[in-house]
Design a protein around this ligand. Structure first.
Ligand SMILES: C[S@@+](CC[C@H](N)C(=O)[O-])C[C@H]1O[C@@H](n2cnc3c(N)ncnc32)[C@H](O)[C@@H]1O
Length: 261
């Protein structure tokens, strides 16, 4: 696993989901949709600061035992500090699961599988560690009623990304989840789309949110002049083209479920 991904998420661990509950909100939706069974031995893959693990605990109380794994040591430090007695946290690469066969009743993953350099390896590992009949549910970015702003942001992002080296897994086209599921021996059972709108103080606050998660890699990889130009372009697009002029975070997600036969 590229050290740079761990470094990137180490660098945002302290501000992660602090200004707006983006990951927290989508994690609650993922858990409500996935309906993990009471008493499940659960794996939270690419757990970050624990949005999904916390949502499971809110939904099911202490009945589940949770193993939360992440490649970033600082994220794992934050996970270990959560006041959840049945949660264990480990540094682990989601693409090389160091866990026994059929040892998990549910695997959940919030916004992590799509940024892996080899999501197929992660799905093969999940298929191995899931008990027969058990499910993986995960979220990826999805469409939202944003008036085309995310698409404009993507164009600006790609323009500046051409000037920098992306960490492995960041910036490629989205995987074909159906094909990867089939190759891993998983049944791709259902998907759902969901979106949110959360209040923000304006374009500057929106920009700070954009720097508080994985997208930050581009800002940090640019030289000072390109970095300032990137910021100016994004702030301008928020002020001119965002439906609320940057006064809300409008975003969507797709939820996916795959079952081990
Ligand atoms: C966008 S964050 C989502 C975090 C959390 N699941 C949530 O919903 O808030 C992606 C997480 O995946 C982790 N990650 C990236 N590559 C990984 C890998 N190869 N193995 C395990 N975790 C990884 C990052 O460190 C980061 O914490």
């Amino acid at each position: 696993m590229a050290d740079s991904t761990a470094d990137l998420f180490d660098s945002v661990a302290d501000v992660y989901d602090a200004s707006v509950p983006f990951f927290t909100t989508f994690a609650r939706r993922l858990v409500a949709w996935a309906e993990p069974p009471r008493g499940a031995r659960l794996l939270d893959l690419g757990a970050g600061r624990g949005a999904v693990s916390v949502a499971v605990s809110e939904a099911l109380g202490p009945s589940c035992s949770i193993l939360a794994v992440d490649v970033s040591p600082r994220m794992v430090g934050a996970l270990a500090a959560l006041p959840l007695p049945r949660l264990r946290a480990r540094v682990m690469d989601a693409q090389a699961l160091d866990l026994p066969d059929a040892s998990r009743d549910t695997v959940l993953s919030g916004f992590a599988l799509h940024i892996l350099p080899d999501p197929g390896a992660a799905l093969r590992g999940v298929a191995r560690v899931l008990a027969p009949g058990a499910a993986l549910a995960f979220s990826t970015p999805g469409p939202s009623a944003d008036g085309g702003w995310w698409s404009r942001y993507g164009t600006i992002f790609d323009e500046f990304a051409a000037l920098a080296d992306a960490p492995a897994g960041m910036g490629g086209p989205p995987p074909d989840w159906g094909e990867l599921a089939e190759q891993a021996g998983l049944r791709y059972t259902r998907t759902a789309a969901t979106e949110l709108s959360l209040p923000l103080d304006g374009p500057e606050a929106h920009w700070r949110w954009l720097l508080s998660h994985g997208n930050r890699w581009l800002h940090d990889a640019l030289g000072p002049a390109d970095r300032r130009a990137f910021e100016r372009r994004v702030l301008h697009s928020l002020a001119e083209h965002h439906p609320t002029r940057g006064h809300s975070l409008i975003a969507g997600a797709v939820l996916h479920e795959m079952v081990r036969p």
